[in-house]
Write a protein that binds this ligand. Structure first.
Ligand code: PMP
Length: 432
């Protein structure tokens, strides 16, 4: 019964399994992937397609990497999991040492969790418990900017963009947060000082209620692949200090070199009070995340009743994930990753920017190993998705955005083929 053929497998998938943001009536049949290796996905019928998505930012060193495989296998043969309450282990400790080496140096205390969304929940709880511990429990709301995305769990959802996010469906049960417009000043462009005015006004009026400002530094991902000016972060850091508001950097997408810096906060030389990392932390091998905070936050929470931080997931500090994450960070740090990302950036810019003259394209933008082609209208997924595959590439657009974040191991001829696949697909759908 379980040795199913293609049609049987797809029938079960289509009728019984939810995919991300999907309908069980979806007209698009998902690709059945049987193997992934390097920068290639292999489909059930023997096609080999270049992966332009790194499995949503995560597989930075490509698939089936021998170093990561060995780290996983070795750890698996030793111990795949033990509870983290009252116990500890080498993989968690070695990973901590590596994280402490690469994060902004004010961040010294690490909370491991199972996914990006949970690491955001943890960050938000830390901020609320910090103010509670300081006898300022009225500071329990959050500020953020429009266009953001921080995950699909409850409080994470409350700070996602109210229009792009899921607020209209869940608004009656979501906590109400404060939103300011996102900066109009673009990354690398001119700074317009009025971009920070709304934050200043909000803080003046509501600082006694706000625990923290949360944002994705420099690159807003799922909220529009939008790259904004570094000066916004500089000014925001100053205002947060002035008004006693914590700053949470959600680096779940931007972390581990993707924007050309290890963490995107470094573009503005600022240190957040709390930083979330996830996605590429295990090189795309398994779900894992971490929330890192300052000593002041950790100490304040620990010094005051109840004296413990109130969170503790079952799979916290999972040894298998820690061992892979540790190997993944070493791989990155022992490589010339800045040069690699700079080369990817240059080639993405050269190969994608000619699309800007296409009548259906609104804008092309590139930062680090991220290439974005913003169309004038939302793409027709049912039509475009199979065409990308036909042209040998795996690209998963959303809304008006066709975008890629290749694995750092992608060589220039593979990246050329990826960009060609994107161009050929756009030409086939919209004409030359
Ligand atoms: N924050 C950001 C910036 C993200 O891009 C994501 C994932 N798309 C999340 C949070 C949530 O992470 P996860 O999907 O692992 O829960």
């Amino acid at each position: 019964m379980y040795n199913m053929n293609y049609s049987e497998l797809i029938a079960i998938d289509k009728h019984h399994i939810w995919h991300p943001y999907s309908s069980i009536n979806s007209p698009v049949t998902p690709e059945l992937i049987s193997r992934a290796d390097g920068v290639y996905l292999h489909t059930h019928d023997g096609k080999q397609i270049i992966d332009g998505m790194s499995s949503w930012w995560s597989a930075i060193h490509g698939y089936n990497h021998s170093t990561l495989n060995n780290a996983a296998t070795e750890q698996l043969n030793n111990m795949s999991h033990v509870m983290f309450g009252g116990l500890t282990h080498r993989p968690a400790i070695e990973l901590a040492a590596k994280i402490l080496d690469i994060v902004p140096q004010n961040l010294r205390h690490i909370f491991y969790s199972d996914s990006g969304s949970v690491s955001v929940e943890v960050a938000m709880k830390m901020a609320v418990q910090y103010w509670y511990s300081k006898n300022q429990a009225s500071k329990h709301r959050f500020a953020t900017m429009r266009g953001g995305y921080h995950g699909d769990t409850w409080h994470a959802m409350s700070v996602c963009d109210p229009e792009n996010g899921m607020h209209n469906i869940f608004s009656d049960s979501l906590p109400q947060q404060f939103f300011v417009p996102r900066p109009q000043s673009l990354f690398g462009g001119t700074w317009h000082s009025e971009d920070i005015d709304a934050v200043h006004e909000l803080f003046k009026k509501h600082h006694t209620e706000i625990a923290a400002f949360i944002l994705e530094p420099i690159v807003q991902g799922a909220g529009g692949m939008y790259f904004y000016h570094r000066q916004f972060l500089v000014e925001l850091r100053t205002l947060c200090n002035e008004f006693n508001i914590l700053l949470i950097a959600d680096e779940i997408a931007t972390g581990f070199g993707r924007t050309g810096k290890m963490f995107a906060c470094e573009h503005a030389n600022i240190e957040p009070d709390i930083l979330c990392m996830g996605k590429s932390i295990t090189g795309g091998y398994m779900s894992f995340a971490a929330t890192v905070c300052t000593t002041k936050i950790a100490q304040t929470i620990s010094d005051n009743a109840p004296g413990v931080f109130m969170h503790g997931p079952t799979f916290m500090g999972n040894p298998l994930a820690c061992a892979v994450a540790s190997a993944n960070i070493s791989l990155l740090c022992n490589s010339e990753w800045q040069d690699t990302i700079a080369l990817l950036e240059q080639q993405l810019q050269t190969e994608l920017s000619p699309l800007e003259s296409h009548s259906a394209v609104h804008k092309v933008r590139v930062l680090g190993a991220i290439g974005v082609v913003e169309m004038k209208e939302a793409v027709d997924m049912k039509k475009i998705q199979p065409l990308f595959v036909k042209h040998g590439v795996w690209i998963r657009p959303f809304g008006k955005l066709i975008y890629t974040m290749p694995a750092y191991i992608m060589n220039s001829s593979e990246l050329h083929n990826l960009c060609e696949g994107i161009k050929q697909t756009i030409h086939e759908v919209y004409g030359k």
